[in-house]
Design a protein around this ligand. Sequence first.
Ligand code: BG6
Length: 487
Amino acid sequence: MTDPSATFLLFGATGDLAHRMIFPSLYNLLADGLLPDDFLIMASGRTEMDDAAFRRDIDKALQKFIAPDRYDADVAARLCAIILYQPVESGNAAHFAKLADRLDGRADRGLTVYLSTPPSLFAPTAQGLADAGLITPTTRVAMEKPIGKDLASSKVVNNGIGALVDECQIFRVDHYLGKETVQNLLALRFGNVMFEPLWNATAIDHVQITVGETVGLEGRVSYYDGVGALRDMVQNHVLQILSIIAMEPPARMDSTAVRDEKVKVLRSLRPMNGDTAKSHSVRGQYAPGAVGGEIVAGYIDELGTPSDTETFVALKAYIDNWRWQGVPFYLRTGKRMPARQSEIQIQFKPVRHSIFGRDGQGSGLEPNTLIIRLQPEEFIRLLIMSKRPGLERDVHLEEVTLDVSLTAAFAGQRRRIAYERLILDLLAGDQTLFVRRDEVEAQWTWIDSIIDGWKEAGIKPSPYAAGNWGPSSAIALIERDGASWHD
Ligand code: BG6
């Protein structure tokens, strides 16, 4: 880590992500006095406009995306006062020169560049900056996903940026790593003594990771179609959660130690092929249905054209290492699910020998389950066995819940936008919560094996009515193994 950078140069500043997440996060950080003194935001996009027009747009966005009880016109005005806007077309040297002019020597004091643009513009933008003298050894470059659409194209993106800045200056954003609850997985695993001895194939039967969304395409047709749930959600967010759940304990909480352990897990994912893709994966696409009591259109109707893009995917994954040998990781994510719900379920094995009931039958004994709900509520729930009160001679067991509501335990503490944490770390130069190149490449290697498997086996998405947890084959995927999804 070095001194916090006081200059934030945002490309894609007129885009949806900037309006929804980045500026509201900067607003919150400013309101809490967490931005460095003399902070300047240089916003840039292709649209021609002046500082005043851009500031008006940002104020509107803040009013829309900041909760009414937090929006304060004075803070918004203070934020707008430190924003400049400079239109830049990639490949236009004069535009970059103008940008450098307006930055007025600030690049020498450490520039933080945030690329919230399509990945095809990452390298040309970085090149434009380099030509204008804005890339120095202290420049940090953050990149939003998608980093490519497969391993080969991700290498092109990484090589393009890597030719201009060193890996230690590159910050690949996966906003799930900025979520408090995802970081809390580290606290749960490595801040408590009781989980780690059981966190392996000896005690764990299987793991489930679900990331369900109720939204559909949300007007993102041009991005989403042809990408689909596997690349949009599993390649990054779901695999990052999996790597934190499955990794070995890092020696310390720093960017090298943590990312070294995550990448080992990602590299141990068993690749799929045409055969395993048939038995270990399910692709779905939402058809018309109802979500939250509202009738919604199917994907194809929203799109207006037939498509083979999956909006749901369920996978049975294996991590081929000592700790996880033989433990299936069931992963599923989809749009137009019945609930916006992200959670991890750790299903423990039954006790080795039951002393209850005849041959262990009829006593009510069930294996333990740990449920970690990431969103929308935040809780950790451990299902344990307890004796049902009563005078029966045979002990009857019942599942009871050890329930920790993090929302209640930390009531009064505002839940931060994931980007607040990430922007602060970026300004401070801490890469721990950003994705290293070898992680992205290991993620793509596994995803490519599934996509190739789908091609080889001719697997197309099966329809599911919106408002369901995917096609029925997703239920069969896990029930074949004698387990069931935790809904
Ligand atoms: C994005 C995906 O990365 O994550 C979107 O591109 C998805 O399709 C979003 O909706 C989900 O993020 P969150 O924070 O709402 O769970």
